[in-house]
Design a protein around this ligand. Structure first.
Ligand code: SAM
Ligand code: SF4
Length: 328
């Protein structure tokens, strides 16, 4: 098992398939993009499947593909198919900006993908362009519809609110999600942008999000017992059964119940989004390590997992890699 020194067990593996992206969300990367990882450093499809297989052997039950933009990975459907053939079969989902999902959703469902999380911060075309620096709102909406039609449900929609930009959209986004049967979740902005531009005052807090939603809806907290290790705190909307989730990573951290571990597109295992150290599984694998040795490295990396992200500590340092290169 992938256990840390605080007794937390990692069962949820986030696998980044690429650090590249076709959007440039302001809270994630600069307008000019980033220096992408060189191709030889990226794990091959075989290497990804092998590392996931080792992790499944150590108790991982949930695999979430992410990036960068995971749909940009050419062999994605094949990877899903092969991970879905592992025993015991892990549940599989993808976190995507939705561009290209319309084309690939049914192939992903056929390959065994269970669910999708689509990131969408606004329903307004101009504002979409302002936030993502690309005019692609229609592609995202088409992707969402295709995911629903392909049965990749429940479709979750993740929004990051930015003060003075789209914070006024909390209520319209939730109303729209309720109409379409999507599960809406709002995420606090974290200090993980490549430009290091995050500031606490710019962050729209969970409390503010709830206050805004509370102006239009009656929200009733879902008991913590139902939350488990899920990052989102949930509220029943207008008596339910619909729910809304708020992920207060900064102001309401859930590190004590964390069950996540991350694999970057270049084969580094990270025990936390905010970790400052990584375990180089790619180098070990390419030097001929056996599955057992790779598993031992994974277990060792988990032992170094810290109690929490420490964003509030005076000594907090933003990790060297931005969110898009870690896998959010
Ligand atoms: N490109 C895909 C997408 O946008 O869904 C997957 C990768 S993206 C890094 C994963 C999630 O992280 C998205 O929901 C995005 O909004 C969120 N994200 C990116 N930068 C963030 C930040 N600084 N704070 C909080 N969430 C962030
Ligand atoms: Fe790309 Fe996702 Fe980052 Fe936006 S949040 S720039 S879609 S990786």
């Amino acid at each position: 098992m992938l256990v840390d020194t605080f007794g937390r067990v990692a069962t949820d593996l986030r696998v980044s398939l690429t650090d590249k992206c076709n959007l440039r969300c302001t809270y994630c990367m600069p307008a000019e993009g980033l220096e992408w990882l060189p191709a030889p450093e990226l794990l091959s499809d075989d290497e990804i499947v092998r590392l996931v297989s080792v992790a499944v052997g150590l108790g991982v039950t949930q695999v979430r593909f992410t990036g960068g933009e995971p749909l940009l990975r050419r062999g994605f459907v094949g990877i899903v198919e092969r991970v879905g053939a592992l025993l015991p079969r892990p549940r599989m989902s993808v976190t995507t900006n939705g561009i290209g999902l319309a084309r690939i959703a049914s192939a992903l469902a056929d390959a065994g993908l269970d669910r999708v999380n689509v990131s969408l911060d606004t329903l307004d075309r101009d504002r979409f362009q302002q936030i993502a620096r690309r005019d692609r709102l229609d592609d995202v909406l088409a992707g969402l519809a295709a995911a629903e039609a392909a049965g990749l449900t429940p479709v979750k929609v993740n929004a990051v609110l930015t003060r003075g930009v789209n914070d006024v959209e909390a209520v319209p986004l939730l109303r729209w999600a309720l109409e379409h049967g999507f599960k809406m979740r709002f995420i606090e902005q974290m200090p993980l942008d490549a430009q290091h531009g995050w500031t606490r005052d710019q962050m729209v807090t969970a409390e503010e999000i709830l206050a805004r939603l509370g102006e239009a809806f009656v929200l009733c907290p879902v008991p913590d017992a139902e939350r488990g290790s899920a990052p989102a705190e949930e509220w029943l909307v207008d008596g339910g059964p619909a729910r809304v989730g708020v992920i207060g990573s900064v102001t309401r951290p859930f590190c004590g119940a964390c069950d996540r571990v991350r694999l970057t597109a270049d084969g580094q295992l990270r025990n936390c989004l905010f970790a400052r150290e990584e375990s180089d599984l790619r180098a070990a694998m390419r030097a001929g390590a056996s599955d057992e040795e790779l598993g031992d490295r994974m277990k060792l990396a988990m032992l170094a997992k810290r109690a929490g992200h420490g964003i509030d500590d005076p000594s907090f340092l933003q990790p060297d890699r931005p969110m898009s290169a870690i896998g959010g």
